[in-house]
Design a protein around this ligand. Sequence first.
Ligand SMILES: [Zn+2]
Length: 165
Amino acid sequence: MIDQIIDFNKTFVAQKGYEKYVTDKYPDKKLAVLTCMDTRLTELLPAALGLKNGDAKIIKNAGGLIITPFDSAMRSLIVAIYELGVEEIMVVAHSQCGACHMSYSHFHHVMKARGIKDETLDTIRECGIDLNHWLEGFPDPSAHSQGYHRPRLYYRLRYRCIGRD
Ligand SMILES: [Zn+2]
């Protein structure tokens, strides 16, 4: 699949398909959106929010969650705020999210089935990662929209969390 994508990209570049997307690194709407990596949202979310290329920093992970104050989602938000001029943050959940009811016990089972050894998981724990918390989703979509993993307001910013049941 990746070879096909690279071939497509060569043609895209040769035909200057990128020209209609040219913008700079600063979000025109001074907005960051934290949302889920779900493939159903790839085109749907910008369309649903009326966002075009260059309007917002869109940060994605499984569930659109901030797990700790020091995780990569928060790091991206800090860069967006302090380097890129973001003034508002939206956290957007969606229906039928795979992160809903996600649990470490499930991941432990499938990791073991793929040959991951307990020593590897022990090493992760020894690095300070609480696997139960790290691989935990949220109990239901309404919990997400109610701020289950809401970024704490370390910054004086407008912050809005929206979601669907
Ligand atoms: Zn999701």
